[in-house]
Ligand binder design. Structure first.
Ligand code: ADP
Ligand code: MG
Ligand code: MG
Length: 901
């Protein structure tokens, strides 16, 4: 055969089976199934699975994610997709005996997006597509309810306007609220057909004004032309997995008093109790229940109103739970007494509920203990540690009671917008507690919800956006506190005659739903819970990675032990010097001009430091304690330069003869000598101990004297002395020699030896590169991943927030590398250094002690590269333990981390 000279596109036109872009469901059969989440998205897969199980699901079809990805690549929808979609639409019309938006019985559909992992409320749905000026009349005629028809039409214009034409929702809401006011209607339902007709007319004007076009009257054409926009909108919020789109025949919950719509859970998502749980509204459509426009009715009421439908719903949802072997979160609609299922997915739940449901399902024989391990996200264990309000200490004035949407307590200053929350809350390490107060939240509020200590809404139910999202975040939330009148525009919250503004303090109890005036104290939670113990006892045997805690003072060490820490991975000695009785000695030491004076000051610090170590060693009886020698630059212990200058200037002007002046000037001079342009890379870490070996000596002496003292009392003590910020073997050798010499001196003096180790913190890329050499001197490595991330990326942790949002938005970084260990870069350094280090010293002990030690994904990575331990803050210890157990269990059980999504 000769070389083809055919044009490229002809070559591709060689007949082959075209991709199946569309999967139909209806008439008791679906082309897809529940396993096809990648292609059909969570929602589409659920609809297919329910259809196959012969459940009452309105028919329709799913446009699979590949179509979306293709669109993202090429910027257009291919003719083949168009063809398949026309075919599917035709098939749906035939099945229903209706035509899309035409005839006396027009077909109406919903267009629903759904990615692989459902993100509640993240994407918008369009209902009632197919309505136009003609078909609305046909619908009115056929349903014998003009009110219903125009209600459906105005909803379509509103949803289409906001999703496709990108007109702000508030434009429509203003029109609607004005109409309600004009007609003196309390509820949406109180508007009659005529009023709704007027709303439709005004909505069309809104469309014309903002989109510079008329609301499209040909439903088929409107969908075809606007598909691109729809994809673009959902693209912004989905990742490269793409999103599936479901087109489904409408069923109507707003068709009168025998119709309704609702959502529910097969178990209580807040507590995990075995109880049918949910809310519904009669004569309502779509998201009325979750949007909090009317306060929904508890689902148990449905048994009274429509016992048959209720029975059927319970039967169906129990079946779904058994089928998926997990608690289900479902949506349903009742149209004139007939039940339809619209969605089912594994429900989000609080950490306490996740543990309880896991245990119950094992008892019920639904899942195994091994499967149960994966039913709790490590971060969710935080729920067991959430604080409660201190009820005794202060006078409690309950302002309002809402629904306890997400447990815990939050005390903070009021803010009324997500942007204000971000502004007031400040950077992560210096966070000011704020409570985001809103009428209701929307996906646009996520950034504010992330930084807020708690969320409070005046509307919405247990399944509202705020409730669902905060439960996922493990954040305290109260919703539907109806006595609060929240005006975001005026920046105020009214309760009766009281007015609260931005900056006022309130306390929110997400466990009981109370909103309390003022700033209450909070009580730490006790993690001693029998269900938690049962659950952890299933997970723990799998764990191979040790979990330690970062603790500087004995009370933190006690806390860490209570949470199950197996030692201390980082004890920062500098924190011991900031106490008011110690800082003067520290300053004297720094001010000293000679070694002799320095030693004199250090001598006074020695007993204090020894006392701290004794306390920590006692608590950690039998467990290792890693103590880091002094790390920060010395100027951090002196007063700030600017403050000194002001103080001197004031004294010079007011009391020029003051004897204090001389001292202040000397301090200022020293501060200026110590001033550095970039303290993070300055005279700190082992560099200090090399310039001033007497500091290392004093610290080593305090450590070993303490160790010998407690060992004499029978405590099993395992000190590990850690030299910070080494980058060369020589640095390590220098400091290790000081430590070992002092150890020998102390052991000789006290006539007692204890086992100990000297190692280093790896936090510079150079240290990782020459780890084999450093390991000749160091008996252990502990990766200081905070500084290692700073020095590897060249990002300052304190300044990254200036550009991180841009990086995330543009997909340059997937997440904050200071929160989740960057596996490709920093992680590779950690792995390489570990491997190199162990080549020199096969029994090298390796751990990490940065913030990442408590992040589940980072813990998993540490397990995979064979570290010995992770160390994290005491409150992350439980999380790290479960993350490490899951990582090990998934090796062993070969399960795909079947976590609750
Ligand atoms: P989300 O992803 O936000 O849950 P959905 O696609 O599930 O969005 O739809 C939003 C609302 O519209 C839900 O209450 C759903 O039950 C309702 N809905 C979607 N499609 C239909 C339909 N074909 N008939 C009636 N209600 C529908
Ligand atoms: Mg939605
Ligand atoms: Mg839904």
């Amino acid at each position: 055969m000769s070389t083809s000279t055919m044009p490229q596109d002809k070559i591709h036109a060689v007949p082959s089976t075209p991709t199946q872009y569309i999967y139909f469901f209806g008439g008791g059969k679906a082309e897809g199934n529940g396993k096809m989440k990648d292609a059909l998205g969570g929602k589409g897969a659920g609809l297919a699975e329910m259809t196959n199980a012969a459940l009452p699901v309105p028919p329709g079809f799913t446009i699979q994610t590949e179509a979306c990805r293709e669109y993202m690549r090429s910027g257009k929808v291919s003719p083949e997709i168009d063809r398949q979609m026309d075919e599917a639409m035709h098939r749906l019309e035939t099945l229903q005996g209706q035509h899309l938006g035409r005839g006396d019985n027009p077909l109406l559909v919903s267009v629903r997006s759904g990615a692989k992992f459902s993100m509640p409320g993240m994407m918008d749905t369009i209902l009632n597509l197919g309505l136009n000026d003609q078909s609305v009349a046909a619908l009115a005629e056929r349903s014998k309810s003009a009110r219903f028809a125009y209600d459906s039409y105005r909803r379509l214009i509103q949803m289409f306007g906001s999703v496709v034409l990108e007109i702000p929702k508030s434009e429509f809401e203003e029109v609607f609220d004005a109409k309600k006011k004009q007609k003196k209607a309390k509820l949406d339902m109180d508007l009659d057909a005529k009023a709704l007709q007027e709303v439709v007319a005004e909505y069309k004007k809104v469309v014309k004004k903002h989109a510079k076009r008329d609301f499209p009257q040909d439903p088929r054409e409107s969908w075809e032309n606007d598909r691109a926009k729809y994809y673009r909108r959902i693209n912004n919020i989905s990742d490269d997995l793409g999103t599936a789109v479901n087109v489904q025949a409408m069923v109507f919950g707003n068709l009168g008093e025998t119709s309704g719509t609702g959502v529910g859970f097969t178990r209580n998502p807040a507590t995990g109790d075995r109880e049918f749980y949910g809310e519904f509204l009669m004569n309502a459509q779509g998201e009325d229940v979750v949007a909090g426009i009317r306060t929904p009715v508890p689902i148990l009421e449905l048994e009274r109103v429509m016992p048959k439908v209720y029975g059927e719903l319970r039967e169906i949802t129990s079946r779904l739970e058994k089928h998926y072997k997990d608690m289900q979160d479902f949506e349903f609609t009742i149209q004139e007494g007939r039940l339809y299922m619209l969605q089912t997915r594994n429900g989000k739940r609080t950490g306490r509920a996740a543990v309880r449901i896991g245990i119950h399902m094992v008892e019920e024989g639904l899942i195994t203990k091994e499967e149960a391990i994966f039913r709790v996200e490590p971060n969710q264990l935080y729920d067991f540690l959430v604080p409660r309000l201190d009820e005794k200490a202060s006078k409690i004035e309950v302002l309002a009671k809402g629904l306890p949407a997400s447990p815990g307590a939050a005390v903070g200053q009021i803010v009324f917008s997500a942007d204000a929350a971000v502004k007031k809350a400040g950077p992560a390490d210096k966070r000011v507690p704020v409570i985001l107060v809103r009428a209701e939240t929307t996906p646009e509020d996520i950034h504010g919800m992330q930084v807020a200590a708690g969320i409070l809404t005046s509307r919405g139910g247990m399944t509202s956006h705020a409730a669902v999202v905060t439960r996922g975040m493990g954040k305290c939330c109260v919703v539907g506190a109806g006595d609060l009148a929240v005006s975001e525009k005026d920046g105020e919250m009214r309760v009766g005659k009281q007015v609260f503004r931005e900056g006022d303090w309130i306390s929110v109890d997400g466990t009981t739903g109370r909103v309390i005036k003022g700033k209450l104290n909070t009580l730490a939670a006790s993690p001693d819970n029998s269900e938690l113990r049962t659950f952890m006892a299933w997970a723990e045997p799998f764990r191979t990675l040790r979990v330690r805690a970062n603790a500087d003072i004995p009370p933190d060490a006690i806390q860490a032990r209570a949470f199950g820490a197996e030692g201390i991975g980082l004890c920062r000695t500098e924190h011991m010097f900031f106490a008011t009785d110690r800082i003067p000695h520290m300053r004297t030491m720094i001010m000293a001009r000679t070694e002799k004076d320095r030693r004199a000051a250090l001598k006074r610090l020695l007993p204090m430091q020894r006392k701290d170590f004794i306390g920590i060693f006692r608590v950690m009886d039998g467990f290792p304690v890693t103590i880091r020698t002094l790390d920060p630059p010395l100027h951090e212990f002196l007063p700030r330069r600017e403050e000194l200058m002001v103080e001197i200037a004031v004294l010079e002007a007011t009391k020029p003869k003051s004897p204090k002046l001389k001292g202040l000037r000397t301090v200022l001079q020293r501060v200026e000598e110590l001033h550095e342009f970039n303290p993070m890379l300055g005279h700190r870490g082992c560099r200090l101990g090399i310039s001033y070996p007497e500091i290392t000596e004093m610290q080593a002496r305090a450590i070993f004297e303490a160790a010998v003292a407690v060992a004499q009392d029978g405590v099993k003590v395992l000190p590990e002395v850690m030299i910070p910020l080494t980058g060369t073997r020589q640095e390590m050798a220098n400091q290790a020699a000081v430590v070992r010499r002092v150890a020998d001196e102390v052991f000789a003096e006290k006539k007692k030896r204890v086992e100990y180790m000297v190692g280093t913190m790896i936090e510079l890329p150079r240290a990782a590169l020459v780890a084999d050499e450093i390991a000749q001197e160091a008996e252990f490595f502990s990766f200081g991943t905070n500084d290692l991330t700073q020095t590897t990326f060249g990002f300052s942790r304190d300044d990254i927030n200036k550009f991180l949002p841009d990086y995330i938005e543009q997909g340059i970084l997937k997440q904050d590398p200071f929160a989740v260990l960057d596996r490709e870069g920093v992680g590779q350094l950690v792995k390489m250094a570990t491997d190199k280090g162990r080549k020199s010293r096969s029994n090298l002990k390796v751990g990490i002690c940065g913030e990442h030690g408590g992040d589940p994904s980072s813990v998993e990575f540490c397990h995979q590269i064979g570290l010995n331990y992770v160390s994290c803050s005491p409150f992350r210890v439980l999380t790290a333990r479960l993350a490490a157990a899951q990582a090990a269990a998934s090796d062993k059980l070969k399960v795909e981390g079947g976590r609750t999504k």
